[in-house]
Structures are given as C-alpha cells and as structure tokens.
Design a protein around this ligand. Structure first.
Ligand code: WTA
Length: 635
C-alpha cells in the first residue's frame, strides 16, 4: 500500500484528478498491491441506473489470505490484534499475524467440519472478543458469507436477521461483558431460534463461564470443536464478486436491509482508505472503538487495518467502565497512535471532569477520527484541544454501511480540517448535491441532497434477496445517481458538511434507527392504537427519540401513565433492542395527517424540538385541530 499513500496536498489534487480522468488505471494501480490468484478481465463494469456493479471481474483472490497469509513472511511475529478486555485487571492479549493465521485456519476447519460451505450464510452474534474477528476471517477464508449481528440486539431482531438470509449456523458465546453488565447471549440466541428453521448448529464460545442450556444435536462448544481440527486450511480461491458479507442496516420503512458486499472491490477500497485516512505507518498502533457488529468495525477494525498489516486494537468494554478515564487509560497503555471513535462518545466524555483525561499520557496520539453522525463544533473543539492537544488532525469521516468505506474525509496533515466538516471526497469519489427539482447544484455555497455520481469499488451490490428494494431506495430518487439519504452543504472552499438524514432514519448515539420497526413494536400494545416516532436534539446522544402515542383508554393517573410508558419501552427493548427506547412519550388523541393519510412528521419534529414558532402550513391537514392539542399537551 505504500505506493498508494497520498503524501501531500498537491499529490491529493493530482490523484483526485487521475481518479476521475482515468478511473480504470487509477484503481488498477491500487489493486496491484494485493495478492490475486488470477488478475481481472475488467477493472469495473457498472451501471448506476440498474445498480449493477462489478469490480475486478474475473479476478480470483481471498481477502482472508490478503489480511493474514500475505504478511506471514515479513511480519509473522508482528501483533495483528491487541485485545483489551472489559475488565482492566484482565490481561490484554497480543495476537501476532502467525497466531491469527493459526486461529483463523482452525476456526475455518470447525466451520467446514460442521457442513458450512462456500456461499452459506453464517450468523455471528458475539461480544467484542478475539473470536469475533477470527470467525469473520474464517468465513472469508472458506467463502462463507458472514452476517454479524450486533450483540446488543434483541432475540427478535436477531431472529429477523437470521431468517432474512437463512443462516445455517450461529456463532455465539455463553455470555458477554459490557461495563458492569453481563449479557446472556446464549439465552438470547435460544429465544431467537424458536423460529429459525434454517439453523443447523450453534457454536458457543466460552467467555463468562455461566451456565447455559446446550441443546442436543444443535449446540456445540467451540473449545471442543477446536480440538477436533487441524490448523491447516488453504484459503479458498474466490471470485472478486463472490459475496463477502451481509450487514443489516435500518431503513425508514419495513424490515432491516441486508446490505451485501463482495470481495475484491471491498478489499481494495477498505485497505486504500484505511491507509490514507489514518496515514498509518508501520509500527503504529491503531484503535477504533466501534463494535464489529457495525460497518465501522468491519472495515476499520478488521479488514482495512489487517489488509495493511497494521496492529489493530479490539476493545471489549465501554468508555465509562470502570470509570470515565478508560479510553485514555487504554490509549496510554497501548501507546495508541490513531484513535477513531463516535461523536456520542466524545460528547459523553466531555461532560465529565477533565481530570479523567489529564491523568493519562496521550502523547502517542497522531490522528483522531470521528464517525457515525455529524460532530458538532463544541465536541470537535473539545476533542481537538483536550485529546489531541491541538496537534492531532481530526478526520471527520463520512460514509455508510452501504458505501463499505469512507467516502468524504480530510487526510491528516495533508488536506485542511474544519470543525463539523467532513471536507473533501477521497480520490475516486464523486459527490454532488441535488436540488428539489432533481438538478445537480453546481458551484459552492449550496446545499441539497447528497448523491454520488460515479461508482466506487466498495459500493454495496444489493440488498440481500431484494434488488428491487435496493434500486428503489438508493437509485430511483435521482436516476443515474446513488442517493445517500443525507443532506449536505458545500461551503465556499468546496468543503462538505453533512447536515443529517433526510428520511425517517434517526441516528441515536451513532446507531441508525428506522422509525417503522419501533412504531410497530409500540402498536403491539393492546391499549395503543397508533404511534409516531421522531428525533429531537440531545446533547450527548445527538438525537433522542420522542414518541407520540394514541392510547385507546387514557391512563387515569400518573402511576398508570408511568406504567404504560414502561410497558412501551419494554416492548421496544424486546422487539428492537434497548438502544431504541424512547426518551419522551406523549399520549395524544390523534396524529396530524395529510389528506392521503400520511403522518406529517415535520410538525411532530418541530413540537418535539420545542420550536413551534413556525409550524408551516397546517391547513392542508385532515385534522388541523390536533396540532394545538399536541402542542399544549404534556408529557
Ligand atoms: C451518518 C456509519 C455526519 C450519515 C459509517 C450516514 C455521518 C449514516 C458521518 C450512516 C459523519 C456517518 N458526519 N454524518 N462523519 N458518518 N454519518 O450506515 O447520516 O451506520 O448516512 O454507517 O450515518 O450510518 P451507518
């Protein structure tokens, strides 16, 4: 990757130009850094109208081989993964590339032994322990498609994801540690599997040693399975367009979308962006605090770093345990050079005493990153001054599950940074802004819908099992363009600032939540007729959730009301997960609707924000009188 490193601002400008003038040559040169068992016939063949994307077609490779085997000769003893446990008194683990190779081969053999073949879907429901990264790489090694489900999701949410792509096996653990809590993961899996016919086996990692129920003919302990297999496992020779993984993301309506990514393009793009956005140098220690259950963990804990032969930290815990100094203690302990986290974590830590920061030596830090939601100026400044000592450029990286890798971001010490701006597109990325008439906005000082007008290697290939939905969601609003769902502005310097979602997806603490599944969960309550969820600004979470709920029988007193609110949140926790609990619940007698029966969320959003000065035209509503009632109602 060294020859693909962008070295200066003029180098960036040149490379950007080359990437638009001759994308084929540009990407072929970058792809030459990898091991291909057979070279491609075409660099790309893409159609933005039919959402048909092929990169490095005809080439044969294996991403697990490129993450591990390729480094064995020169850096077999280098640490690939540093595992930092939840409990600071438990020793951290350093896993070298050689050891990782051994573990991944064994895990791959366990999968093969249990009947998993190329193309089979493997659900991974694990806490942030090394086995999670190892299983991901083991799937990739044999061409099985991994579908990692974040271990904070409920059994119903897990079941939906297992059913949607008919997984054949689930890898889970007895339990997981998360701060002061333990998660009963095996129990959650057991509940999910009452309704998942495709599952043939469950492989269980021992982590917390708690008692779990092991079902005969289905459940297996990983440590016992590992004893049965050898540590030799040739990497499968896969096509560049063979599916690599499915990862679910929330949509504004309907069930979650299984975004499918494939092998070659994703490999080239995640590695290229990792190298450049973090300016990773050999011997640096890099730490991304995300969970591998999200795309950030896929691309920038596992694949991007390992493809570059980097040392990547995997952290099991949370920023507040055992105290608010944990992140900084880990940075000091492992001498972290690049630190990548989410604005919600920064805001939460900025609220606590600065002593938690000052107690630690953060002088190893060179680059700070932010991802997942817009970072407000105040948080940006706090991060810059207190964590980066005003010396570490902040890379505010904009991207999505669908994009596979970072698309817009500063390059540290190369391009300029600006608080709250993701700034400039990476080479190969052609963003644009569209106006209400679906016309591209040219020039600077404009704002509109953020689209991408040219394909890049790691764009999702489809929504698993539903290409039509993929087309409609991303390629129909602006034919010929990929629509991101985000609004953005371009300032006088041509820098992009992402202003937020334009659809009914709400980002709470960096997690994308669709309103529809939450509303469906609430509506299951026998005393609830209908509901509408909107987001409102929250100083730590970015957005919090506000629910307007039509009850059939109004609660008679405060106690009954509290009871109903608790019931609602319990239903949400069960169906979606605790991350989707509502912060505020208002009981109403109706919801503002258009004559065609659509809920006017814009009005509900304004009321939730406490900004009722300009509710806009409400005269077209079917029931304008309801607006006053909601505005004057209490919660
Ligand atoms: C938002 C996470 C502003 C955005 C990698 C996007 C951001 C959604 C940023 C995707 C950023 C992500 N600035 N907004 N730097 N990064 N977003 O799929 O709304 O979990 O569409 O991928 O997060 O979230 P996802």
């Amino acid at each position: 990757m060294e020859n693909a490193l962008i070295k200066s601002e003029s180098d960036y400008t040149n490379k950007y130009k080359q990437s638009t003038e001759n994308p084929e040559r540009f990407w072929a040169e970058i792809a030459d850094n990898f091991t291909w068992f057979k070279k491609w016939d075409n660099v790309y063949k893409c159609n933005m109208k039919s959402a048909d994307f092929k990169w490095f077609e005809g080439a044969k490779t294996n991403i697990s081989f490129n993450c591990i085997d390729r480094h064995l000769e020169n850096k077999g003893d280098k640490t690939a993964i540093i595992f930092e446990p939840n409990n600071p008194n438990e020793e951290a683990k350093h896993i070298s590339f050689k050891e990782l190779h051994h573990e991944v081969c064994k895990m791959a053999n366990v999968l093969l032994n249990n009947g998993i073949k190329k193309g089979d879907r493997v659900c991974i429901y694990l806490p942030m322990i090394p086995e999670l990264a190892i299983t991901v790489l083991a799937c990739a090694r044999i061409g099985a498609i991994h579908s990692v489900v974040f271990a904070g999701f409920s059994s119903l949410a897990l079941a939906t994801r297992i059913q949607d792509c008919s997984c054949k096996t689930v890898i889970t653990s007895d339990g997981g540690y998360r701060g002061a809590k333990t998660l009963n993961l095996k129990k959650i899996v057991d509940n999910a599997l009452t309704d998942c016919k495709s599952i043939e086996s469950v492989i269980v990692v021992k982590r917390t040693n708690e008692d779990v129920n092991m079902q005969n003919n289905r459940d297996l302990w990983l440590h016992e399975e590992l004893e049965k297999v050898s540590s030799t496992c040739e990497a499968a020779i896969l096509d560049s367009e063979d599916p690599l993984f499915i990862l679910y993301t929330s949509g504004s309506t309907g069930k979650p979308k299984g975004m499918m990514h494939t092998t070659g393009g994703y490999m080239v793009y995640s590695a290229y962006t990792f190298k450049n956005v973090f300016q990773y140098q050999e011997n640096d220690v890099y730490w991304c605090t995300a969970d591998i259950g999200w795309i950030t963990g896929h691309s920038y804990i596992v694949y991007g770093p390992l493809l570059n032969g980097a040392t990547t930290v995997m952290f099991e815990g949370v920023p507040s345990y055992p105290d608010f100094g944990r992140f900084w203690e880990v940075v000091q302990k492992h001498k972290v050079n690049q630190f990548y986290t989410a604005p919600t974590a920064i805001r939460a830590l900025a609220k606590e005493s600065l002593d938690w920061v000052k107690k630690h030596n953060l002088s190893s830090l060179k680059v700070l990153g932010s991802v997942g939601e817009p970072i407000n100026e105040e948080a940006w400044n706090w991060y810059n001054e207190n964590i980066g000592n005003s010396k570490c450029p902040i890379v505010d990286t904009w991207w999505q599950t669908e994009t596979g890798g970072i698309l817009i971001s500063p390059l540290p010490n190369i391009t300029k940074t600006k608080p709250a701006f993701a700034t400039l597109p990476l080479p190969g990325v052609q963003p644009c802004l569209m106006d209400e008439n679906k016309k591209e906005l040219h020039g600077n000082n404009v704002s509109g819908s953020l689209c991408i007008k040219f394909p890049w290697p790691s764009v999702a290939r489809t929504i698993w099992g539903n290409h039509q939905r993929y087309l409609e969601t991303y390629f129909s609003a602006y034919p010929g363009y990929y629509f991101t769902g985000d609004g953005a502005l371009r300032d006088e310097d041509g820098f992009y600032r992402i202003t937020g979602r334009m659809d009914d997806v709400i980002i709470v603490s960096g997690h994308n939540l669709g309103t529809a599944p939450i509303e469906e969960a609430i509506n299951e309550h026998e005393n609830i007729a209908e509901s509408a969820i909107v987001g409102y600004p929250h100083d730590i979470k970015g957005n919090a959730l506000y629910g307007y709920v039509i009850v059939k029988n109004n609660p008679n007193n405060e106690e009954e009301a509290l009871h109903l609110r608790n019931d609602i949140n319990a239903l949400i926790t069960k169906q979606v997960g605790a991350i989707a609990k509502l912060d505020k619940i208002q009981f109403v007698s109706g919801l503002p609707k258009t004559r065609s029966g659509k809920i006017m969320r814009r009005i509900l959003r304004k009321i939730a924000e406490g900004d009722v000065s300009n509710l806009g035209d409400t005269s077209t509503l079917l029931n304008p009188e309801i607006v006053d009632e909601i505005q004057n109602g209490k919660i």
